[in-house]
Write a protein that binds this ligand. Structure first.
Ligand code: HEC
Length: 111
């Protein structure tokens, strides 16, 4: 194999991953987030947009979390990776946090 071909191939390997996220556009998968939430969060939080009250009255509904001022993926990640008095410290992997946030964001009220 010629050196030029090898260099081109190496270039392709390094360029492809850089292009892929740009074409994916959205962060996280809302459907996967809903599935994750129904397994891990629904015991305490109302996770659908229509339920007004959470199973655990101390836990805000996902709809109210979605519309809380300053609720961004960054704020959500901070919440999910720090400890809380009344909510158990759940270890949620980064991909699932993005899915969850993407699902929660579907309930944001237009401000
Ligand atoms: C055992 C009950 C319980 C479970 C399970 C639980 N939470 Fe919570 N969560 C709470 C309570 C109670 C609060 C509010 C009180 C507090 O400050 O700790 C809360 C608060 C939050 C907040 C902060 C809301 C705000 O206004 O800042 C977020 C975000 C959140 N939960 C997300 C999640 C996600 C995502 C899951 C599932 C991966 C989850 N919670 C699972 C009980 C729970």
């Amino acid at each position: 194999m010629s050196l030029v071909v090898r260099i081109l191939m190496i270039g392709a390997v390094f360029t492809l991953p850089a292009i892929a996220p740009a074409s994916a556009q959205k962060v996280g998968d809302a459907d996967a987030g809903l599935a994750y939430a129904s397994r891990s969060c629904a015991g305490c939080h109302a996770i659908d947009p229509l339920t007004e009250r959470s199973p655990n009255p101390a836990a805000p509904t996902f709809r109210s979390i979605a519309s809380a001022p300053g609720m961004t993926l960054t704020a959500f990640n901070v919440w999910m990776t720090t400890g809380h008095k009344d909510m158990p410290h759940l270890i949620v992997p980064i991909d699932q946090r993005e899915d969850l946030y993407s699902y929660i964001a579907t309930m944001k009220r237009p401000n």
